[in-house]
Write a protein that binds this ligand. Sequence first.
Ligand SMILES: Cc1cc2nc3c(=O)[nH]c(=O)nc-3n(C[C@H](O)[C@H](O)[C@H](O)COP(=O)(O)OP(=O)(O)OC[C@H]3O[C@@H](n4cnc5c(N)ncnc54)[C@H](O)[C@@H]3O)c2cc1C
Length: 458
Amino acid sequence: MVFEKEAAAYHLPRAVAFDSEIMRIFQSLGLADRIEPITGQGEGMRFVAPDGELLLDWSRPPGITPMGWRSGYLFHQPDLEAILRDGMGRFPHVNTRPECEVTRLDPDGGGVTIKYRHRPSGDERTARAYYVVGCDGARSFTRNVIGSEFDDLGFHEPWLVVDLVLKKPRPDLGNHAIQFCEPDRSATYVPTVGNRRRWEFRLNDGDDPEKIIEPDVVWGLLERWLTPDEARLDRSAVYTFHSAVAETWRRGRIMIAGDAAHQTPPFMGQGMCAGIRDAANVGWKLDRILKGHAGDELLDTYQSERDPHVREFIELTVKLGHIINTTATALVSGSATPPGDGPQKLNQLIPRLGPGLEAGLTDLTGSLVPQPRLSTGERLDDTVGWSPALLMRTEFALEISETLSADLAAKGVEPVDDPAVEGWLDEIGFQAVLMRPDRYILGAANSLDEARELVAAA
Ligand SMILES: Cc1cc2nc3c(=O)[nH]c(=O)nc-3n(C[C@H](O)[C@H](O)[C@H](O)COP(=O)(O)OP(=O)(O)OC[C@H]3O[C@@H](n4cnc5c(N)ncnc54)[C@H](O)[C@@H]3O)c2cc1C
């Protein structure tokens, strides 16, 4: 059951970008083919000083990455949400309750009693669930029920967000997002999709949030780039960007995910992405528990795996925020190429999961398996579905015993041996790797015994 207090999806965008891993998750949902056509291709982000000097270059590589998708996608959030909501209609067992606000959660030994208010009628109603995941945003009611405090990562700033629709083409604005690192008034330009464009401006001390959203003030801020003849103002709003991670993501049968569990300034375009990763992580674990394949201690690994992963993004974002406000690039030297004559280069951040599930040889545990196209022409994930998979070198696959094959079938682990996978296994020096349903590595094996251990752990 999905309870949503609003009647419909929000008609204005917040997020505008997602990365290759998120497209891979949409692929697992069977929706990538519908989502890809509504996306645009960003070329990455540039951090520019007031005198025009390029301080930091975070250009995205063009083309398909090892994830099987491009490294980044731009999108218009209402279009994406329409596809996701429509996609949910494929599952008759998913019961969506719009205009229903959850007001109380009472856990007991066998489940959780959910009290909710049907807003149009004011009726108070009750439902039962085995588990509850509160994806109820930054002001999460569920987080209060869990009783979690926030670990404050130090960045809290109000920014004006302005969305526009161009009336005439302006190719000179470019396809790179640009961070104008200007201590007097930092600003961000984001190309987004089609003729949509976004600017963001940091509020300075003394700025009135009510005044700064007024059209004449907004056009004054934009005049360097654009005039009212060239674009229509879609909306202007002030958001306070926060950086924080909830200390507790789960109490028994109740969990939190998304902004309820963590918040980041949007400079890396990772807030929504992190929430979608939470859902992908906890989703397959709940499925295993509800089908009786695992005990609910499996859920202990939800926060332990996800919290350090999202923290890496938030911590780097906070550093980038300081660059935007001060131009001091030395702050990111750990994650960028060492400072030289030219601008520093920032590489895509692909953290590993924190400690959680592991089995067999664990050198690569918690990193993502790449997604090649197999010799059938199909992408790896489409071949295995939403299952764990044992990826094997061909010779190793020929050697595995009948018992191991039977174990694979009994455990619902898909065996995969294919030249495309073999190339990657050769590179990392393993005979076999067990991939979890969320495409992360559980562990690896170099012998039959180790492979048996892996499959047993699955
Ligand atoms: C300006 C800006 C730019 C951004 N850009 C990006 C970007 O490019 N890429 C990116 O990945 N992220 C970006 N983000 C972050 C992203 O928008 C958020 O991380 C994301 O929307 C959080 O999603 P969520 O589902 O966790 O929470 P929300 O979007 O807040 O959704 C929570 C939902 O829960 C419902 N709800 C709340 N309480 C209850 C209740 N008691 N009962 C029933 N329903 C309830 C609400 O009505 C709401 O629909 C940006 C954010 C901002 C502000």
